[in-house]
Design a protein around this ligand. Structure first.
Ligand SMILES: [Zn+2]
Length: 356
């Protein structure tokens, strides 16, 4: 539900006050031929039995909502492994955190959906949602760590629990029959929730089960899933992800990105800044952001040296201050790239800004 021992927030950025970097001949077209190495993923097969899960959210996982943390498969205290033996997890986490990109998405409203047919056996509503920057674990009543939530009992001893829902959004009643895909309420930030997300716990006969990999032990080679075959792509192991990328008219802080709705620059803006927030980065990762002008030449570059440890979340930016009266019109382009400790490009995302 929270990052606990992980490093929460890291920031890097430069706002170039003078000339663009010289001696670089990279062009827009050369950049597009970069090969990106996808995350290593186990071979996935369907779990035996009839408990097959639909999506818990009315969004596309990996596109407009993102898996921040999986279930911990490591029984040892103080260490954690996700189902692939990877690091997108914290010690003792018993569910999966599906994160919205920002608070604006919470405000617009993203429905939490029942993953399978069943009966509502518990619920809570009325707990406040944390505002951006206002989370304090000390302020959370840990008896209500789930915040606003719903528990559904399913056939065969299965149970699902949905946590941190938006205050006032729970729309089912205790004892109500629900079908798979039925809206239960909205994603929020109530209870022990450091960011806007749905925490989903699946239990069988009272014991938490990871719907991504039902075996107790983690494995990088094979996983047995409860997700419906139609969700196989969305629920493929995520690895590093870009939560936000965009342009701003000045430096941005993590809370600005979390709030969402940052206004794009116009030709008279005092600065032109490319910002990025990524999640689940690994020790040794090197990140760069590059802002290209309409002529295809780099105008500002920010590079973060190799990370000394895994980072749950990281933001960086690169930009330039306005020197003349207005920005040259044209299509500006930003590129974010992550290179792992083996020198492979593992993330590459672009954003463009047309300035008419
Ligand atoms: Zn959680």
């Amino acid at each position: 539900m929270t990052y606990r021992s992980l490093v929460l927030i890291a920031v890097a950025g430069v706002l170039a006050a003078c000339s663009p970097p010289r001696g670089q001949t990279a062009t827009a077209d050369a950049a597009q031929s970069v090969a990106v190495t996808p995350p290593t993923r186990p071979k996935v097969s369907q779990a035996e039995g009839t408990f097959v899960l639909a999506s818990p959210l009315a969004c596309t996982v990996g596109k407009d909502c993102f898996i921040q943390q999986y279930v911990d498969h490591d029984p040892a205290k103080d260490t954690a492994s996700d189902y692939t033996c990877g690091h997108a997890v914290y010690d003792g986490h018993d569910g999966t955190d599906f994160r919205l990109p920002d608070k604006a998405a919470q405000v617009r409203g993203v429905a939490v959906l029942a993953v399978a047919p069943g009966v509502v056996i518990g619920l809570r509503d009325g707990e406040p949602d944390f505002a951006v920057g206002a989370f304090s674990q000390a302020a959370v009543d840990m008896d209500k760590a789930c915040g606003n939530g719903v528990v559904i009992g399913h056939a065969g001893g299965w149970q699902t629990q949905y946590c941190h829902m938006r205050q006032g959004s729970v729309k089912v009643a205790k004892g109500q029959q629900v079908s798979a895909g039925m809206p239960l309420g909205l994603v929020g930030q109530s209870g022990d929730a450091q960011f806007v997300h749905l925490h989903l716990t699946v239990r069988h006969n009272g014991k938490p089960v990871d719907p991504f990999g039902t075996a107790d032990a983690c494995s990088g080679a094979a996983a047995t899933t409860l997700w419906a075959p139609a969700l196989r792509d969305q629920m493929a192991y995520a690895g590093r992800q870009v939560l936000n990328i965009g342009f701003a008219a000045g430096p941005v802080a993590m809370d600005d990105i979390e709030r969402g709705g940052i206004a794009a620059p116009v030709r008279s803006s005092p600065a032109l800044v490319l910002f990025v927030r990524a999640i689940d980065l690994r020790q040794g990762d090197v990140q760069t952001v590059t802002l290209y002008g309409p002529d295809g030449q780099p105008r500002a570059v920010s590079e973060v040296p190799a990370l000394d440890r895994d980072k749950a979340q990281y933001m960086l930016f690169a930009g330039e201050k306005l020197k003349g009266a207005t920005w040259t019109s044209g299509r500006y382009r930003g590129v974010y790239q992550v290179t792992d400790s083996a020198g492979r490009v593992v993330v590459r995302r672009e954003a463009t800004l047309p300035l008419p």
